[in-house]
Ligand binder design. Structure first.
Ligand SMILES: NC(=O)C1=CN([C@@H]2O[C@H](COP(=O)(O)OP(=O)(O)OC[C@H]3O[C@@H](n4cnc5c(N)ncnc54)[C@H](O)[C@@H]3O)[C@@H](O)[C@H]2O)[C@@H](O)CC1
Ligand SMILES: [K+]
Length: 497
């Protein structure tokens, strides 16, 4: 499991560790780790450190200090190092170390900075780290923009302009090829848009481990998901593996039903009971003979009873938002089984908040627009502060929230937010959400709690998509995918966890 923290948590841990060490020890450790990654990159791109050109962008805080000390190490190995000072002040010890090692220091001037950035084999972003607050001020903002023309950029601790605690980016921010982060991951390195500015993240151990509190954000890895996933044992029968009831589709939206069932079946459910109006039932029966189907015409006094016993429900994809759908949603949410509420189900819940007041576990899977309707908060506010709003929705609604987006977040009260690290932009295609809700329904029916089902479901969904994009391989050339390809790649995604 990859754990991440807010700036305040990191600062508190650093203070506790620093109190036990001679002054400057942590910065020396940080700079040594940074210099070693930089040297590796220079060797890879320029062939050697000696004679290579390194430009340091230096802010007035300790982030700049790290970069200056690392620059001094590179200068001692023969690199031609120039530091551009963005502020009137620069870390005095770091500055002296760089000058002592034969590096140069220049004051910011735009044309000069541009040349130094473009000509460098490596640009080191030491503008701001966890001390950054709000949008970058000038000339930091201009320097961050100029980095777009650099050959290679290494960000120190956090790409400047990215909020370390949330991943927010207000205005220009450095886009790094590699981020060298110290002591522990910061939330902003895992959550977009920050995550996509960070490039590859290299963690340098500075001894912070024992002083870190419970993480604020975590990311599951393949082995974590492998451990959490229920696997059938010899005595398992289909009922014990989990029966999921899928209430999805309508005469207008038959595809959502087929895709949702696909997700559940390929994620390894024991059995699917599918219920809908006549058309989607016909499509599901044709495509998935494995599913047991029930036609609901909307006149049943007890639709849930007619469907039969299940261990969990998927409610919503393509079901519509009319009176009939509302009554059906009410009936499913009145049961004592876990329910994952998706798509039209979320829209119904936004209109009638009483639907989500239930004691059994509930997972909702909104995107920012749907969450905006649920919380009554503008969509752009949610998109700018996803972490905060996913948490708030979980607390206010008393449910597990899977907030979809460039990075998918799973929030539940009193738990660290789980951020999903799998996936590909190719997933932004119609119907993939229906597959995801089927997967989560399958995992819920197998007995996983909502928090685990949602986060493992998102992981598998993203991993399956990646495999599909690469034609079944882990990496390589990419090609487009359709939602059903994602479902079909699930068994391989699980096999190769
Ligand atoms: N505290 C520690 O024990 C360690 C800290 N280290 C480094 O120290 C960094 C934190 O250092 P600081 O607390 O000095 O903070 P930073 O260096 O991250 O940033 C603070 C400086 O940036 C300026 N600043 C803040 N927001 C700005 C904005 N939006 N636009 C322009 N300027 C802005 C501030 O005025 C201040 O001068 C870490 O990210 C890490 O790189 C490492 O050396 C490891 C050990
Ligand atoms: K930085």
């Amino acid at each position: 499991m990859r754990t991440a923290y807010t700036s305040d948590q990191i600062r508190a841990a650093e203070a506790a560790l620093m109190a036990r060490l001679p002054e400057g020890t942590l910065m020396a450790r940080a700079a040594a780790g940074l210099a070693s990654v930089c040297a590796g990159m220079l060797t890879a791109s320029a062939g050697k450190v000696y004679g290579s050109r390194v430009t340091l962008l230096i802010g007035s805080g300790d982030n700049g200090g790290d970069a200056l000390y690392a620059g001094a190490r590179l200068a001692r190995r023969g690199a031609r190092v120039v530091a551009v000072l963005a502020g009137s002040r620069a870390h005095p010890g770091g500055r002296a170390a760089l000058l002592g090692a034969g590096g140069r220091v220049v004051a910011y001037e735009e044309a000069l900075a541009r040349d130094l950035i473009i000509e460098a084999d490596l640009v080191v972003d030491g503008l701001v780290g966890i001390g950054g607050a709000g949008a970058l001020r000038e000339p930091y903002a201009t320097l961050a923009r100029l980095c777009a023309d650099a050959h290679r950029v290494v960000a120190v601790d956090v790409p400047s302009g990215v909020d370390a605690s949330s991943g927010r980016v207000d205005g220009p921010a450095v886009r790094a090829h590699v981020t060298v982060t110290f002591g522990a991951y910061k939330n902003g390195l895992l959550i977009d848009p920050g995550a996509s500015h960070a490039g590859r993240v290299e963690l340098v151990d500075i001894g912070l481990g024992p002083y870190l509190p419970d993480p604020d954000v975590v990311a599951l890895t393949g082995p974590d998901v492998a451990d959490l996933l229920p696997r059938p044992i010899e005595e398992t029968d289909k009922y014990r593996r989990g029966v999921v009831g899928i209430v999805a589709g309508s005469d207008r939206f038959t595809g959502a039903a087929v895709l949702c069932v696909a997700g559940a079946l390929r994620a390894g459910v024991g059995m699917v009971r599918f219920a809908s109006t006549a058309e989607p039932v016909r499509y599901v029966r044709t495509r998935w003979p494995e599913a047991v189907t029930t036609v609901l015409d909307g006149t049943e006094p007890d639709p849930v009873g007619k469907i039969g016993r299940v261990q969990a429900w998927v409610l919503g994809p393509g079901m519509g938002t009319d009176e009939r759908a509302h009554a059906l949603a009410r009936a499913v949410l009145a049961t004592d089984e876990p329910v994952i509420v998706d798509a039209d189900g979320v829209t119904l819940a936004a209109r009638d908040p009483s639907l989500l007041r239930r004691s059994a576990p509930t997972v909702i899977t909104p995107h920012a627009g749907e969450l905006s309707r649920l919380l009554g908060v503008p969509r752009d506010r949610i998109e700018a502060r996803k972490l905060e709003h996913a948490r708030r929705a979980a607390a206010e609604l008393g449910v597990t929230v899977l907030l979809k987006g460039m990075t998918t977040l799973v929030a539940e009260e009193d738990r660290p937010v789980r951020v999903n690290t799998t996936g590909t932009p190719w997933l932004a295609t119609g119907g993939t959400g229906d597959v995801l809700s089927g997967i989560i329904g399958a995992l819920l029916s197998a007995g996983l709690p909502g928090y685990e089902a949602a986060s493992c479901g998102a992981y598998l969904h993203g991993r399956a998509a990646l495999l599909a994009v690469h034609g079944g391989a882990e990496a390589g050339a990419e090609g487009p995918i359709a939602a059903l390809d994602v479902a079909e790649a699930l068994p391989e995604a699980i096999r190769t966890l």
